[in-house]
Design a protein. Structure first.
Length: 302
């Protein structure tokens, strides 16, 4: 198995020309910096939630997911990981030609979009109604793409800028799939008392067709808020890495490596939030997921 890429969270191996093995680690990044400490359970939660959504998704678009787990013939030792480690955090996906944009959809005004709106009254360069508050529900969900920076931070762009990058037709297709998938996921989540304030899809071409790749509606790719604690004008507590970001902000850390060591209670609270997000959204128990109990949380030898 050839190692082809390690991102902030995933290690990716080539199985054959058409298939990749995705191994989702317990690494966590904040402000684009990977923390030193792993978050126990995180890689399995991300895998479980992506698998859950992919299994439910109606015919909006194909996903890249082929199967869960490590295929029988794969030689994991080449990747330096054990079966125990791989359990519950691995999936086989179709290799895609990824679009060079991130397909963000926003249903609520938060994060970088709120910061921009406060400055200029726009969101990704497009005008919004005046007088909106922080965390307010947008009149309707908006496709708000960003660049996919290989170095540094992604940059929010308008739909027209995205169309210039990938072509009008591809941009329109990506917008339609992203908006539909967001609306569908947000509706399911609302039934379970969770607001999906925004999310980021990564789309790619598989057999010449746009497919939903990467992770799907996870706490890493989305802002999840408990619906009963949402109120315009304030930032609700969240089921994602916001508490970690808040803790990091409070330390006064300059957001460049090396990150500060995370105290055990921050690691534990973050881990619990990821598990809670999975259980609330799926209605399933995380303890039933392969490897959820007992497997080593860190890569042997790391
Ligand atoms: N089906 C696919 N084929 C090829 N690349 C993919 C596919 N799905 C996701 N990717 C890419 O794999 C990487 C996933 O690893 P991750 O750790 O999340 O990386 P990053 O730090 O870039 O977010 C991303 O760069 C993503 O664009
Ligand atoms: Mg990623």
């Amino acid at each position: 198995m050839k190692h082809i890429y390690s991102g902030k969270v995933r290690d990716i191996y080539e199985l054959d020309d058409e298939h990749l093995l995705f191994v989702t680690s317990d690494r966590i990044s904040a402000f684009d910096v990977v923390m030193t400490e792993p978050i126990p359970g995180k890689g399995r939660v991300l895998t479980a939630l992506t698998a859950f959504w992919a299994s439910q998704l109606p015919g909006i678009a194909p996903t890249h997911l082929v199967s869960l787990g490590v295929p029988a013939g794969a030689d994991l030792s080449a990747a330096g990981i054990s079966r125990d480690f791989a359990e519950g955090r691995t999936m086989v996906v179709r290799r895609a030609e990824m679009l060079p944009i991130e397909c963000i959809v926003r249903g609520y005004l938060s994060g970088s979009a709120w910061a921009e709106y406060r400055r200029t009254g726009t969101m990704h360069g497009e005008p919004l109604p005046a007088g909106l508050s922080q965390s307010e529900k947008l009149p309707e969900p908006v496709f708000t793409p960003s660049t996919k920076a290989t170095v540094g931070h992604d940059e929010n762009i308008s739909f027209e800028q995205a169309a210039r990058l990938i072509g009008d037709k591809m941009a329109a297709g990506a917008r339609e799939i992203s908006l539909e998938a967001y609306r569908w996921g947000a509706e399911r989540a609302a039934e379970r008392g969770i607001i999906i304030a925004d999310t980021k899809f990564e789309l790619g071409l598989v057999d010449g067709e746009l497919a939903i790749c990467d992770e799907i509606l996870t706490p890493d790719s989305s802002r999840f808020w408990p619906a009963d604690q949402w109120q315009p004008g304030a930032t609700p507590p969240s089921f994602d890495k916001q508490p970690l970001r808040d803790w990091l902000e409070a330390t006064g850390w300059g957001k460049v490596p090396p990150p500060p060591p995370l105290p055990p209670d921050v690691v534990e609270a973050t881990s619990a939030r990821y598990v809670e997000a999975y259980e609330r959204l799926s209605g399933l128990s995380f303890s039933d997921w392969p490897g959820a109990d007992g497997s080593p949380a860190v890569r042997p030898g790391a």
